[in-house]
Design a protein around this ligand. Structure first.
Ligand code: AMP
Length: 214
């Protein structure tokens, strides 16, 4: 049975960083709804994203269904930023059943004060997608990518202090309750998200290889 790894956690917990490592090293495709929505040519979607509020469930569900139907998802995949509402979680149950996949939810737990700094300091390379942080993981040369020399890093509109507050409120109200849903069905594993990304990755790798013993 293939696995659907659901990375749970507040915005800024490191879901994107970990999903990227899993994709690069373990070969499971990273399905990031935030990135896929940003890549759509739809101004109304981008305006909502920039506000810190959620995109309607039917839109996000459509994107996830289409993406996970592709061949590269047959051996499993990693969801980063989905599900975020009860309705999305219900849809994922249905999809997992249809696909014959098993869901394993991993909660990357980070205290709120750390989250704020992680997001306001976050910078991304628009070419390779590498994630930096001005406080914790600065690029070698002033706001340009280490891999794509000279490429200016970008600061997401929704990573401003004001929007970060909205996103954390949205998370608390709509997404955090989903932890109970996965906990009750004994499919939730918690990881201390204040550790170094490499240490977190090692723990996730162990879970992916053998979820029941972790
Ligand atoms: P992220 O890159 O995961 O932080 O997502 C950025 C923004 O994209 C969110 O604040 C939402 O506006 C939108 N978004 C991403 N994933 C979802 C989702 N599963 N449901 C609704 N909106 C989403």
């Amino acid at each position: 049975m293939s696995k659907i790894i659901v990375l749970m956690g507040a915005p800024g917990a490191g879901k994107g960083t970990q999903a990227r490592l899993i994709q690069e090293r373990l070969g499971l495709p990273q399905i990031s709804t935030g990135d896929m929505l940003r890549a759509l040519e739809a101004e109304d979607i981008h305006t909502t994203q920039a506000s810190g509020k959620l995109i309607p469930d039917d839109v996000v569900i459509g994107v996830v269904k289409e993406r996970t139907a592709r061949d590269d998802c047959q051996a499993g995949y990693v969801l980063d930023g989905f599900p975020r509402t009860r309705e999305q979680a219900a849809m994922l149950e249905k999809l997992a059943n249809e696909q014959g996949n098993e869901i394993v939810a991993i909660f990357i737990d980070v205290p709120v004060d750390v989250l704020e700094k992680r997001m306001t300091g976050r910078r991304l390379c628009p070419i390779c997608g590498e994630i930096y942080n001005l406080y914790f993981k600065p690029p070698k040369s002033d706001e340009t990518c280490d891999r794509d020399t000279g490429v200016k890093l970008v600061h997401r509109a929704d990573d401003s202090a004001e929007k970060v507050r909205v996103r954390l409120d949205t998370y608390r109200e709509q997404t955090r309750p989903l932890l109970d849903f996965y906990q009750e069905s004994k499919r939730l594993l918690r990881i201390d998200g204040t550790q170094e990304p490499e240490a977190i990755h090692e723990q996730i790798k162990a879970i992916i290889n053998n979820p029941l013993s972790s």
